[in-house]
Design a protein around this ligand. Structure first.
Ligand code: F0G
Length: 459
């Protein structure tokens, strides 16, 4: 029997959820323009849209919120967060931001110029969009193993370092204002990156004097995978593993809405003093004074505590165990997923599951619609709706490697019975999958189109 460690907490507060009947769900979906982002939360039964900002905070975090210092400048909350950030990430400077993409925006505004290129293993959608918005070119250099959903390579999120060298050679260091790595690799199946890979990428970036920033939203889950899968790290404390990861970088962008288990918040940290001074000026212009950066003092305190809770070993064993349980149960009933299961989500290979739907009519979108219609479950397409874009220089459409549907798992929110329900719904969809239609766009903005696009079924 597949299982996972019991929740290392008990439940003190609950929130009611309800499943609308089929007819009501059909009406909701039509009114939402066949885009689950337009559905009201009250109409969703199990919400696997994202693990971002959707976690349950602990009693300790709620207590910390009561101690929030709301002073405009130099609040105690800021210093408490500074201490947590310094101990885990150990960069010389940091600024809070209201969430991850605000940090991305500041970094992109300061460094990315039209025509420049920013390599990464795989950029997430907001990072990609922030680079494109400054006229830059995001370049994804994830290892080729990631393109085969069924291979069980332990670190499928890795960067192809040889390719990185080649790309740097071709483009020239003067056209690469920064280099990145995303841990875990959200846009490539939520797969982890090995310490060895981070070290090698760092070596290349440093040899070419390219500033190296880690997109660190899910660094704690990544650290746990390093501990459980990479030799030499079995007995190291997670904090030490995190410290080593960040020692190879020049800075991080962080969405605290993931591994810091808060509902809002993020930060940008770095070692370069000059860059920090510029970032601080941008922060004052757009986000707020440097000691609160677009957040309330209480939010800073919740992050300061949550950073430690997200790095606890018993929590991560349960967390990664739950994700694995869910993934293995889906595999048992024949649902093709990205293997092995990652940390924060299960990625269904919708292109494979709905192979009768071609990628121009969006198999991932079709599956997201069917999942809501069949079970009131919400999940996000991470395929051509989210990631296909026009190359700014050639005008050619660049497609992502896979057409995926992501079932993201909010932290400390759902129990095994919820996941069993989702698996049953998938079972019913599998039986009738040939009848599911594709969808065409009726509205789409240029950047980040998946959030607000509208669709209609292709008959
Ligand atoms: N980087 C990665 C890898 C992310 O997954 C996200 C957000 C961000 C940056 C941006 O952070 O949302 O705080 O502005 N990912 C969410 C998700 C939205 O659903 O995966 P943000």
């Amino acid at each position: 029997m597949i299982s996972y460690p019991p929740e290392p907490f008990r439940i003190k507060v609950v929130e009611k959820i309800q499943l609308l009947d089929r007819e009501a769900r059909e009406k909701v979906m039509e009114e939402a323009g066949f885009n689950v982002f337009n559905i009201a939360s009250k109409d969703v039964y199990i919400d696997l849209l994202t693990d971002s900002g959707t976690g349950a905070m602990s009693d300790q975090q709620w207590s910390a919120i009561m101690q929030g210092d709301e002073a405009y400048a130099g609040a105690r909350s800021f210093y408490r967060l500074k201490e947590s950030v310094e101990k885990i990430f150990s960069f010389r400077y940091f600024i809070p931001t209201h969430q991850g993409r605000a940090a991305e925006n500041i970094l992109a505004e300061l460094l990315v110029r039209p025509g420049t290129m920013v390599p990464s293993n795989t950029h997430f959608d907001t990072t990609q969009a922030n680079i494109l918005a400054r006229g830059g070119r995001p370049e994804n250099l994830v290892i080729s193993e990631s393109e085969d959903p069924s291979t069980r390579y332990p670190f499928k999120g890795n960067m192809d370092v040889a390719k990185l060298e080649r790309v740097i050679e071709e483009v020239g260091t003067e056209n690469i204002p920064l280099g990145m790595i995303t841990i875990t690799n959200n846009a490539s199946g939520g797969q982890p990156v090995s310490m060895e890979n981070i070290r090698q990428a760092s070596e290349v970036y440093r040899r070419h004097k390219i500033p190296f920033f880690i997109d660190a939203c899910r660094y704690a889950e990544n650290a746990f995978f390093i501990k459980s899968r990479e030799s030499g790290y079995e007995n190291k404390p997670l904090l030490q593993i995190a410290n080593e990861i960040f020692s190879y970088a020049d800075g991080v962008i962080m969405s605290a809405k993931k591994d810091a288990i808060v509902n809002i918040g993020g930060f940008l940290a770095m070692n370069d003093e000059q860059l920090f001074n510029q970032a601080r000026n941008k922060l004052v212009l757009r986000e707020g004074f440097p000691t609160y950066g677009g957040l309330a003092g209480r939010d800073l305190d919740a992050i300061a505590v949550g950073l430690w809770e997200g790095l606890e070993e018993s929590y991560l064993e349960y967390r990664v165990g739950q994700t694995k349980y869910f993934g293995e149960r889906l595999l048992q009933i024949g649902v093709p997923i990205v293997e092995p299961p990652g940390g924060h989500a299960i990625y269904v290979d919708a292109g494979m599951m709905l192979s009768h739907i071609s990628r121009d009519i969006f198999p991932g979108q079709a599956l997201s619609i069917e999942l809501y219609l069949e079970g009131g479950i919400r999940a996000v397409e991470l395929g051509s709706v989210a990631f296909a874009y026009e190359d700014p220089s050639t005008g050619e459409t660049i497609y992502p490697a896979l057409e995926m549907l992501r079932l993201a798992i909010p932290r400390r929110v759902y129990t095994r019975a919820h996941f069993d329900f989702v698996v049953d719904v998938f079972g019913r969809i599998m039986e009738n999958r040939e009848t599911i239609p594709g969808y065409r766009l009726t509205y789409a903005p240029k950047l980040l189109r998946h959030f607000t696009a509208a669709f209609e079924p292709v008959q």
